[in-house]
Design a protein around this ligand. Structure first.
Ligand code: ZN
Length: 134
């Protein structure tokens, strides 16, 4: 076992390894596996293999520069999505104590305490006043 570990470590030297994009590809593979499960088409069953093969290709690739460029593109694409997901999770956590409104003028999201009745909300960004029930 020790010998195998040593050989694998030596073989992995100079290779790119795993990163966020590889993990995302693995997750995409699992999602595709679940969604293609009810279908009996052999072509659809092969669909999850595409991100899996890409994932392994990236991990074992020796072209580190190109893999890093792909990672940067992925991060640029994924960061706004991740921010939106985190914000939705935050809103979900605070839904019992706060309500969220968008400013009618600048679309800024405003958080106000729940259960205060009809209140006048002033947007801190553009100073627009609007009435809402909390
Ligand atoms: Zn505003």
């Amino acid at each position: 076992m020790e010998h195998f570990k040593e050989r694998f470590t030596k073989w992995m030297q100079g290779r790119y390894g795993g990163d966020q994009l590889s993990l995302a590809l693995l997750i995409l593979c699992l999602i595709l596996m679940v969604f293609t499960l009810p279908f009996h088409s052999p072509l659809l069953r092969l669909l999850p293999l595409i991100p899996l093969v890409l994932c392994y290709f990236r991990i074992f690739s020796k072209n580190k520069y190109k893999r890093q460029q792909e990672l940067f593109k992925f991060i640029r694409f994924y960061t706004p999505i991740q921010k939106r997901i985190n914000l939705s999770l935050k809103h979900l956590k605070e839904r019992k104590t706060h309500r969220f409104f968008k400013c009618p003028k600048c679309k800024q999201t405003l958080r106000v305490p729940k259960g205060k009745g009809n209140i006048c909300i002033t947007c801190p960004k553009c100073h627009t006043d609007f009435r809402k029930h909390t």
